[in-house]
Write a protein that binds this ligand. Structure first.
Ligand SMILES: [Zn+2]
Ligand SMILES: [Zn+2]
Ligand SMILES: [Zn+2]
Length: 110
């Protein structure tokens, strides 16, 4: 299920009211499990991920979304992540892109 989490660190702060945005490449991907199946609920990101230099970046891959997010699509959690309430765990924005910090994940995992 959570096949991508082994090499990605997610923010996991308390989500605010801002919709998470993804780029065209990440359109339809669940921010938690990467599933493209049954997008169910809009993903919300935390306050610090919705401002400054992060405000117009894809929450999954960090792609630039345009000055006013004109190339963005709202991120949606898949049916399964909503069903198991994984979407309540926190802000889903990916902090590191790539696997160079993979070992940190294990320390942060419960
Ligand atoms: Zn999912
Ligand atoms: Zn965040
Ligand atoms: Zn992206």
């Amino acid at each position: 299920m959570s096949k991508h989490q082994y090499d990605l660190i997610q923010c996991m702060k308390q989500p605010g009211r801002t919709n998470g945005l993804v780029c065209l490449n990440c359109d339809g991907r669940c921010p938690i499990c990467d599933s493209m199946v049954k997008p169910t609920e809009e993903a919300k990101i935390c306050h610090s991920c919705s401002q400054g230099s992060l405000f117009n970046k894809c929450i999954l891959c960090g792609n630039y979304l345009g000055a006013n997010n004109e190339n963005s699509i709202p991120a949606n959690y898949c049916f399964e992540c909503v069903l198991f309430e994984k979407h309540r765990e926190g802000c889903p924005r990916v902090i590191n892109v790539g696997s160079n910090k993979a070992d940190l994940i294990f320390k942060n995992k419960k």
